[in-house]
Design a protein around this ligand. Structure first.
Ligand code: FAD
Length: 310
């Protein structure tokens, strides 16, 4: 059995595995796709002390750093079920899709999240070429340009306010007849001169010139008419979904499906910790996920040294 079993191989999981292994304890990491969301990212310019890198490069470095230690790396393994230890200090069990079962004294859950996509033509083709999901990450790339934000909930309106300070013009597109963001955010948005809000609008296509985004098409839901907007960037803000469906019977999740953790990264189950985008941590970023992974591993170690000797 492992002392620490990490499930998920993104920045949070990699940091957790390295911190655990450096304590000289039996550490394993099982990941469906080592690297996580970083693999889908191009330019990364806010990984502090590294002014510029690219997703696949950072993902390769994450994996290499983990492999520098005595860690059992199980890539391409999807966890399907977590069975918490029946008794305090006992072994937790993680069942994999391939039928195997892993047992560990502590488990660190770091299965991340995924951005909900619009699912319209052009979205995949122009991902990272104008189609973006993270304003903190990619906002500065659109300095002085025209962008759209898709989604009028809190994250969409926050993104529009944020981007309005950087880009030339923001068009906020909402499917419903009203924005759903908090009133205070909507009031702030209304004061910004370079933001236009279009409601009752369904985005139907991302347009591009073969290289990058050149515009979008939306349908006016009241009149059924199609309209085009010329722009350089589209921020899709219709939800970040945590990869926690497999955990709903084993640890407490927030109403949005995020794993509830305390300041030490512990979940509702003793000896089970969590870190990164899959959790209730505010702000989903690489440096934040790495910090949280380290916290979870140190907390797991603290838990282990307090277990009675067998
Ligand atoms: P993830 O990176 O999501 O990793 C989750 C891991 O868990 C993966 O290995 C996955 O395969 C695995 N997994 C999921 N389910 C299971 C399962 N059931 N069993 C086993 N394994 C499982 N952040 C920045 O700081 N700067 C940026 O510039 C930036 N740009 C971004 C651009 C894009 C396009 C996207 C999508 C995100 C970007 N982010 C950026 C956000 C950043 O990538 C995330 O905050 C970060 O990757 C979260 O790390 P994580 O380890 O919590 O989760």
């Amino acid at each position: 059995a492992f002392d620490v079993l990490v499930v998920g191989g993104g920045p949070a999981g990699a940091a957790a595995a390295i911190y655990a292994a450096r304590k000289g304890i039996r550490t394993g990491i099982a990941a469906e796709r080592f690297g996580g969301q970083v693999l889908d990212t191009m330019a990364i310019e806010n990984f502090i002390s590294v002014p510029h890198t690219e997703g696949p490069k950072l993902a390769a470095h994450l994996e290499q750093h983990v492999k520098d230690y005595d860690v059992d790396v199980m890539n391409l393994q999807r966890a399907e079920k977590l069975i918490p230890a029946p008794t305090q200090g006992g072994l937790h069990e993680v069942r994999l899709a391939n039928g195997a079962s892993l047992r560990a004294r502590t488990v660190i859950l770091s299965t991340g999240a995924r951005w909900r996509q619009m699912g319209v033509p052009g979205e995949d083709q122009y991902r990272n070429k104008g189609v973006a999901y993270c304003p903190h990450c990619d906002g500065p790339l659109f300095k002085g340009k025209r962008v759209a934000v898709i989604g009028g909930g809190n994250s969409g309106v926050e993104a529009a306010i944020d981007l309005a300070g950087i880009v030339a013009h923001v068009t906020l597109i909402e499917y419903d007849s009203d924005l759903r963001a908090d009133a205070v955010l909507q009031r702030k948005l209304a004061t910004l001169p370079n933001v236009q809000v279009i409601t009752s609008a369904l985005t139907t296509e991302v347009q591009g010139d073969g290289e990058k985004v050149s515009g979008l098409v939306y349908k006016d839901r009241n009149h059924g008419t199609a309209h085009e907007i010329a722009l350089e960037g589209i921020f899709v803000q219709i939800g970040l979904v945590p990869n926690t469906e497999w955990l709903k019977d084993s640890v407490a999740l927030s109403p949005r499906g995020e794993i509830e953790i305390d300041a030490r990264g512990e979940t509702s189950q003793r000896g089970i910790f969590a870190a990164g985008d899959a959790t209730t941590v505010p702000y989903k970023q690489i440096v934040i996920a790495m910090g949280a992974g380290s916290t979870a591993a140190l907390s797991a170690f603290d838990y282990l040294i307090r277990l009675p000797a067998e």
